[in-house]
Design a protein around this ligand. Sequence first.
Ligand code: PMP
Length: 360
Amino acid sequence: MNLIKESVLRLNEYKVAQKGARIKLNQNESPYGVPEELRAQIIDRLNRQDWNRYPALEPEALINSIGRYCQFPAPGIMAGNGSNEIIQAIMLASCNTTDKVAVVTPGFSIYPRVGATIGANVIAVPLDRDFQFDAPALIAAALDARLMIFATPNNPTGTVIDATLIEEILSRFRGMLVVDEAYFEFSRISVQNLIKKYPNLVIIRTMSKAFSMAGLRLGYMLGQPDIVKAVNLARLPFSIDVFTQIAGEVLMENVESVAKHVDEIISERERVFLELDIIEGVNPIPSSANFILFEIENCRGMEVYEELLNAGILVRVFNDHRLKNYLRVTIGTPGENDSFLERFKMVMSGKRGRKCESRA
Ligand code: PMP
């Protein structure tokens, strides 16, 4: 007897380079740490907390501070151990084996991964040739899917879906629509106001990006209270430890430093875009997130990735055939962005001299 399900054995290992580079621009993290005074506040509160006791089952204070930040009623909020845990809980709660789960491609790889793990039938809806959301294809996929999930801004393209298209999907869709707003702070666009009208809409967000908390694992979901209650049934109790609960509260109560860093990242994103755009043979895609996907004409992304890595700069490269000529760079500090741009221009001018070795 096979001890492991076929659908799991077929998965590739989840791999991402995490260490070893001087400048790390590959995981869409914030380049800014949590400010010193907030770290001190978090540690101080943690020191006054019992570690031998389980964390609160319902992290009430955290949920209330998320509610204040989002201007959303507390009964419609669920927190989780990173938004990854929430994605898993939603799928566990809503999908039976063989149900159709619609995702977009290229998109965030965790959705098809979790879908495959539970044995669902994952349908990938391609973005159009400019990496924009394809309205007719999405509406067609929605006809018989049990669940549809995508991110806006989308990872790895940075492109956003129009709110009117979301509403068009919702007006016909009977399944659950999960809109992942992981990069909401950088796009400043949300469809949370549609939740009241459409009970089958849920929104997920993360503290891993704008809030500089990727190392602590905290995400949250917004939805109608009965959906939130039901998804909570599929989640393991105590998944958010006391440290993360406290850090989440402190950061949510002190959003000024987050807002300042977000402004800086957005203005750097525009600068990096323009600088990439003027390089011959390089085509960046306008992004509403904290990263930029760009094409390097006639050249494999892997080749440039390796040259950048040799110089201590880590960006993101893809296995996906459609993205073989692309790289994704996370927006870092101005200094990190300068180093990346300077080195990238050097690599590109070297390539123009001798042409790309492996023409893609
Ligand atoms: N959604 C999207 C679209 C993401 O890009 C990411 C992280 N790369 C996540 C969710 C995961 O976030 P978390 O760290 O909260 O699990």
